[in-house]
Design a protein around this ligand. Structure first.
Ligand code: GDD
Ligand code: MG
Length: 333
């Protein structure tokens, strides 16, 4: 049975100021932390041991996820005092896994419904060193560009090119032969994308692509974070994590978590989610938005395509559109 490493140590710079006190993977989408949605996907593929590779705000994961038993997963925590980069993080986390099994590494900000079981099966059937999930996007510039040959062998790994040579990109889910990870230097800042993958390819290692164009989204930008949440609420993305969560109501384009207090005249729509113990006042209209736990939207307010942070307050009759609302500021996105 394969084991997992989830990379959750990045700074989440593009999502500031939401990521000032909350690491990106702990941000709420569709009522739950991004990581919880990802763990459900890993569990669905039969992965029951996962190392969380933490660094930035590492102390915020354990109080929520504990030993993982609530989700039927054994969770182990690796902490990098200073971020080691994606390659260094993988090497550091793998030390905590004494295994001969395939190791599946996930970027910690991706929602994906691809067939992970099949990716692992093909990796093992090919006796590959690494098998990368690849997906097609319209604009590949923000991603790792990954051309393959007619046998599915990866011929280059080109991180964030100005003029991408293919629209097939690295989707941020890799199956590794554990020996390949053992060969990565410890306690060294290394990028898996810019160093390890290009080196493996130049040494003619068996690096394969697994092409699967199922639902896929990197939630690392403000627009994508909100889209990811809406897609989960509307059933466009797989929201199986919700089946184990405390949901009060999930219908008509709205997800309401238990403990939320919502006036009967409020209108919640367009894939919005309302966190536990949030309060929504009379005649408020919430569309396409994330209202995090304990936030308050006062009466008559209109909130469109926005994220209202835990503990933040939207004033009576305010009109908020395409914004992050924190306890300190309202930022247009
Ligand atoms: N533990 C740890 N330590 N995690 C890290 C570190 C680190 O030093 N640096 C980044 N991460 C984690 C982030 O938290 C995130 O979950 C993941 O690694 C990827 O980092 P991003 O900052 O989100 O990278 P990106 O979106 O620009 O690009 C990556 O993802 C694309 C797909 O979404 C690359 O892997 C691209 O090749 C890929 O196409
Ligand atoms: Mg990302």
């Amino acid at each position: 049975m394969a084991v997992g490493i989830l990379l959750v140590g990045g700074f989440g710079t593009r999502l500031m100021p939401l990521t000032k006190h909350t690491p990106k993977p702990m941000l709420t989408i569709a009522g739950l932390p991004v990581t919880e949605h990802q763990l459900a996907m890993a569990r669905n593929a039969g992965i029951t041991t996962v190392v969380l590779a933490t660094s930035y705000l590492s102390e915020l994961f354990t109080p929520y996820f504990g030993d993982g038993s609530k989700w039927g997963i054994k969770l182990i925590y690796a902490v990098e005092e200073k971020p080691l980069g994606t390659g260094g993080a993988i090497a550091n986390a793998a030390q905590l896994l004494d295994t001969q099994e395939s190791i599946v590494v996930f970027n910690g900000d991706v929602l994906s419904s691809h067939n992970l079981k099949e990716q692992i099966r093909q990796h093992e059937a090919n006796d590959a060193d690494v098998t990368l999930h690849l997906t097609a996007v319209e604009d590949a510039r923000a991603y790792g560009c990954v051309p393959t040959d007619s046998n599915g062998r990866v011929t280059a790994f080109l991180e964030k090119m100005d003029n991408p040579i293919t629209n097939m990109i690295n989707a941020g889910c890799y199956v590794f032969n554990p020996a390949v990870i053992k060969a990565i230097a410890l306690n060294t800042v290394i990028s898996i994308e810019r160093e390890t993958f290009p080196e493996l390819i130049s040494k003619n290692a068996k690096v394969f692509g697994f092409m699967d164009n199922a639902y896929w989204l990197d939630i690392g930008t403000p627009e994508a974070l909100l889209k990811g949440s809406r897609d989960l609420v509307l059933g466009v993305a797989d929201a199986s994590a919700l089946s184990m969560a405390h949901v009060a109501r999930h219908e008509g384009g709205a997800l309401i978590m238990e403990g939320a207090v919502i006036d009967s005249t409020a209108v919640i729509s367009g894939g919005s989610s309302i966190g536990g113990h949030a309060t929504i006042g009379a005649s408020a209209e919430i569309s396409g938005s994330i209202i995090d736990k304990g936030a308050i939207v006062n009466s008559g307010a209109i909130v469109i395509d926005s994220f209202v942070e835990s503990g933040a307050i939207v004033e009576k009759n305010a009109h908020i559109s395409h914004a992050f609302v924190t306890k300190d500021e309202i930022l247009s996105i």
